[in-house]
Design a protein around this ligand. Structure first.
Ligand code: SIN
Length: 354
């Protein structure tokens, strides 16, 4: 199996059918797209949950570890990539989103499950939330323990993700993350632990619902527009957008280097309510006056950034990220710029909408 990353990778497609005693037409047809991650990780020792190689177990083995999947759905499986998700690339994002859209546009597939590494899962999920053009369910899942571990969490997470994708209640909810028995919206979910099995939370708003023992239940619905209700499409050239952090003793060197490199946008991982060290705030204001989109987010991990609160956005030409963390704010800014959005007023509307 080859590693995928950067601009060049190949897609090794593989079809896996799981036999079932139920009539085929009684079970939803779910495509499982594997991309790698710890869920496909392998360690030399079953007690090892930190030192292992991610993305080496194939989708056929992931499915074979969960025989009861056949009672839930007819599975069509594809190995889209085999990466550690820290190496997720814009090119692979394009390929993945295009594949999801192609599968969901046919009458043959009722929903998609994507197995992914936990490290950039929230970014991929939000990207798909904004660019999938279907109301059919798309559910990402992952694992904190490699497939070889004692008490590996991947098999149950995979079964639960397929259960969610196969459930009628998931239609129209946008892209979802099924992890550790909870169902999260792609917009809200973030990874909050480096090691715990309960590694994903939706700060402030909480999970959408839960999945357990073959049953998925939604306790609330997604409020903001997504998928078919956005203007974003995948396939346009990705604009250069980078993230800059604000911290004690921060200097303007990074901002100057990014502007000199020709980036079209900078997201600031600000302190507190998106406040920015004085030494880089002026450099960012200069960048904004030259047409670089500057978005204020926060490194705090929950809450929102109030426009004109901790910095005078109107005066400096900045945009507030609302409740998006810096990594999701970068996703939205790239899509908005690729869609032709320009200027703080138009970009602020995108952040207030999505
Ligand atoms: C990865 O993100 O691919 C590795 C870490 C994980 O999946 O937990």
């Amino acid at each position: 199996m080859s590693k995928h990353g950067g601009a060049s990778f190949t897609i090794a497609a593989m079809n896996t059918s799981i036999a079932s005693s139920l009539p085929a037409n009684a079970r939803p047809r779910i495509a499982v797209l594997a991309t790698g991650g710890t869920i496909a990780g392998s360690a030399a020792d079953a007690a090892n949950t930190a030192g292992y190689q991610a993305g080496v177990v194939g989708v056929d083995q992931l499915l074979a570890a969960v025989p009861s999947l056949s009672a839930v759905a007819q599975i069509h499986a594809e190995q889209v990539a085999s990466i550690d998700s820290k190496d997720m690339s814009l090119a692979l994002w394009t390929t993945l989103a295009q594949r999801v859209n192609a599968l969901l546009s046919t009458d043959e597939i009722d929903g998609v499950v994507i197995t992914h590494g936990t490290d950039t899962l929230e970014e991929t999920a939000y990207l798909l939330h904004l660019t999938v053009k279907s109301t059919k369910p798309v559910v990402l899942t992952a694992a904190m323990r490699p497939a070889t571990a004692l008490s590996a969490d991947g098999p149950l997470n995979l079964l639960n993700a397929v259960t969610v994708a196969a459930s009628g209640a998931a239609h129209g909810q946008g892209v979802l993350v099924a992890f550790n028995n909870r169902i999260h919206s792609a917009r809200d979910v973030v990874k909050t632990s480096t090691f715990a099995v309960d590694a994903f939370q939706s700060p402030e708003v909480g999970a959408l619902g839960w999945v357990q023992d073959g049953r998925a239940e939604f306790q609330r619905s997604v409020g903001r527009p997504h998928t078919v209700a956005t203007e974003f499409v995948i396939g346009a050239k990705w604009p250069g957008v980078e993230i800059v952090a604000s911290y004690a003793g921060a200097s303007r060197v990074v901002v100057h280097a990014l502007v000199a490199a020709g980036v079209r946008g900078i997201v600031v991982a600000g302190t507190g309510n998106g406040s920015i060290h004085a030494s880089i705030q002026q450099a960012l204001a200069d960048a904004a006056s030259q047409g670089v989109a500057v978005v204020r987010s926060s490194r705090v991990g929950s809450g929102h950034v109030m426009r004109n609160g901790a910095a005078p956005d109107d005066a400096l030409g900045f945009v507030s990220a609302n409740a998006l963390n810096p990594y999701k704010a970068r996703v939205l800014l790239m899509l908005a710029l690729a869609a032709g959005g320009a200027g703080p007023v138009v970009l602020q509307k995108a952040f207030d909408t999505y």
